[in-house]
Design a protein around this ligand. Structure first.
Ligand code: DGL
Length: 268
């Protein structure tokens, strides 16, 4: 293992690209491997053991490509699988946490809305966050079924997306939430629409930049930050249909990228 090895990043689909862009900003010289498990998205309605099996299979694949660290760029996979991954592998495993702590520090109204998958909101990790911060502020939990599928289809601003977002966000505003936590990595791609619906005075928190800083800290602490001077490269795989994934990844990342098929291993 050397510091020039790449960093592996994965999500149930294209949502983790919102984390990948912060990693790219923070670590311009690193090579980045990204797996979109779109063939198995959404994770939010799958049983925990299935998500765990996917997380292990993808991590093995990334380790096979010499990843020096893994970023679980998915809140749902974090709650289902991060303990297993950390128990099995010795390289740094950096994972998501909904930004409830900064939200609790930021809110003036004392009401925070968390948008996430129902699996994330029902997880032990989230229960711990709720216990820690829920005594000081009111935490409104809003599951958002359907949003992941819309982002996967590249539908970031259509009528269907707006209607669904209004349905999820308006009740939070009516209950005086002044801070919204994006607890799913797909949702930052909907931030412009969320901003329109919530208005200028509501804070919208995404932990991706903090995750990228944490990744830098972890790599630095084991002297594994790349010493390269050249720009890092990105490599993409998807377990979903190439024809669907390529244009959406191009839309959310940049044009002209190559997306390879993820060599899928049957997992239950
Ligand atoms: N991006 C994933 C997350 O952060 C989406 C989960 C899903 O596929 O349902 O939770």
């Amino acid at each position: 293992m050397t510091s020039s090895n790449p960093i592996g990043v994965f999500d149930s689909g294209v949502g983790g690209l919102s984390v990948l862009r912060e990693i790219r900003r923070e670590l311009p010289h690193e090579d980045l491997l990204y797996v979109a498990d779109s063939g198995h998205a959404p994770y939010g309605d799958k049983p925990g053991h299935q998500i765990e099996a996917r997380a292990v299979a993808i991590t093995e694949f990334l380790l096979g490509r010499n990843a020096k660290a893994i970023v679980v760029a998915c809140n749902t996979a974090t709650s289902a699988a991060v303990a297993t991954l950390r128990g099995r592998y010795t390289i740094p495993i950096v994972a998501m946490e909904p930004a409830v702590k900064p939200a609790a520090a930021h809110t003036k109204s004392g009401v925070v809305g968390v948008l996430a998958t129902s699996r994330t909101l029902g997880s032990d990790n989230f229960a711990r966050l709720h216990e820690r911060f829920g005594a000081d502020v009111k935490i409104l939990m809003q599951a958002c079924p359907g949003l992941v599928e819309l982002v996967e289809a590249g539908n970031l601003s259509g009528d269907e997306t707006r209607t669904l977002l209004e349905r999820y966000i308006k009740p939070l505003l009516e209950q005086h939430a002044d801070t919204l936590v994006l607890g799913c990595t797909h949702y930052p791609f909907l931030a412009p629409l969320i901003r329109e619906i919530a208005g200028p005075s509501v804070a919208i928190l995404d932990p991706a930049a903090a995750i990228a800083r944490e990744l830098r800290r972890r790599l630095d602490s084991i002297a594994m930050l790349s010493q390269a001077k050249r720009d890092g490269e990105e490599y993409f795989w998807t377990s979903g249909s190439q024809n669907t994934a390529r244009p959406v990844i191009a839309q959310l990342w940049k044009n002209g990228i190559d997306v390879q098929p993820f060599p899928d291993i049957a997992t239950r």
